[in-house]
Design a protein around this ligand. Sequence first.
Ligand code: UDP
Length: 385
Amino acid sequence: MSKNLRKVCVVVASRANYARIKHLMKAIQNSEHLELQLVVGASAMLYKFGRVYDVIRQDGFEPDYQIHYLVEGENLATQAKSTGLGIIELSTAFDSLKPDVVVTVADRFETMATAIAASYLNIPLAHVQGGEISGNIDDSVRHAITKLSHLHYPATEQSAERVRRMGEESWRVHWSGCPSIDILINTDLRLPEKEYFETRGTGRIFEPSEPYILVLQHPVTTSFGHGAQQISETMYGLKDIPLMKVVLWPNSDAGSDDLAKSIREFQNTYHDLPFSYHINFKPEIFAALLANAKCLVGNSSSFIREGSYLGTPAVIVGDRQAGREHGQNVVFANYDRKDIQQKVIAQVEHGHYPVDHLFGDGTAGERIARHLETIDLNIMKRCTY
Ligand code: UDP
C-alpha cells in the first residue's frame, strides 16, 4: 500500500453494524485514496449471535484485528462492563493500527467504546446514523457519540439538522442517507430456494413460497426485567394469525436472555404452530426476507429504515423506536396481544406501501467514502451554540 493513502478503520461489533457498513467498506476498498483497516469484535465474534465474523470473511474482507469483549450475561452490569472492556481492547488496536480516521455506526454500547477509545487517542471519529431519535438507552448513547465525533454522516435531513442544532459545525455534517438502504439496491431481493431454509433454524421449516410475517424484537434496556412479558405479548398476538411466522432471536442487549427464554417457552408449548426460529441471516437474505414479508413485527429499526424503502407493512411494538422518523409503512402497537393482533391483520390486509426515500437512495457508502477521501480531518472542534 502506498504511504499517502488515508487509513480508514471500520469497527464492526455486531451484525447490525456490518449490514450497515458493508457497502462503505467496499467503497473504501475500491478507493484509490483510502485504505481499509478492519476491526471485528464483541457479538460479531460469537456463534450465539450468528458469528458475523465468518460472513465478513466469506464476503472477502480480512480483519486486521478480532477482539472478544462481550461480557457474558446480557444484563445491565455486563453491558457496562463490555463497554469498559471494549475501550481497553480497542485502544490497543487503534494504537497499533494508527488509523487516520475511525468509522463507527449508530448507537450501541460497542459503538460507545469505539468512540471513547478513538477520541482519547486523538484519532478523528466519523459517525454514521447520528442525530436520530429513538427510545432506549440508544438515544443517549447516540447523542453522546455525536459530541465525541468529528465527522457526521446522518441518514435523514432531519437528523442532519438535529446534529447541527447540537452545536456541531456545519462543515462536519454531511448527509449521506442510511447505508442500510445500500444493501437493498445491490441485492436480488428474491428469496432463496427452499433447500436453503431446510437446513436452517428450528421449529417448522420455512417454505419461501408461503406467505409469512417476519418477527424481530430486541430487549428495551430502559425497561430491563420486563422483556419476557413484552415479547410474550407479541408471540401470543401472532399465535392465531394463520400465516407462517419467521422469528429471529434478539440481539445481545441487556435483557436478551429473558426474551430468548420467553420465546423458547412459547416454542416448546406451541411446537405444532407455523413458527420458524432463526439466529441470523446474512444481510442479503435478511433484506429479501424484509422485502417479501406480508408484515414486519417487533422493534427492529430495519423495519423502519429498510421497511420504508421497501414499503413493507410494519407493526412496531412498544417504545424502543419511540420518536424515530418513519415512513407510511409503520404503525405502532402497545405491549398488548389484542392490539398487536388487530394491527398486524390490518397491515397484512393493506399490503405494500409506495417506496419512500426518507432514508436515502442506497448510495450512502459511496457518498461517505468520496467525502472521506478529501475532507479535513481536523479534531479541534468548535461548538456553535
Ligand atoms: N440484520 C442481518 N441479519 C439478520 C438480522 C438483521 O443482517 O438476521 C441486519 C439488517 O441489515 C438490519 C440490521 O442488522 O438492518 C439491524 O437490525 P437489528 O434489528 O439487529 O438492529 P437495530 O437497529 O434495531 O438495533
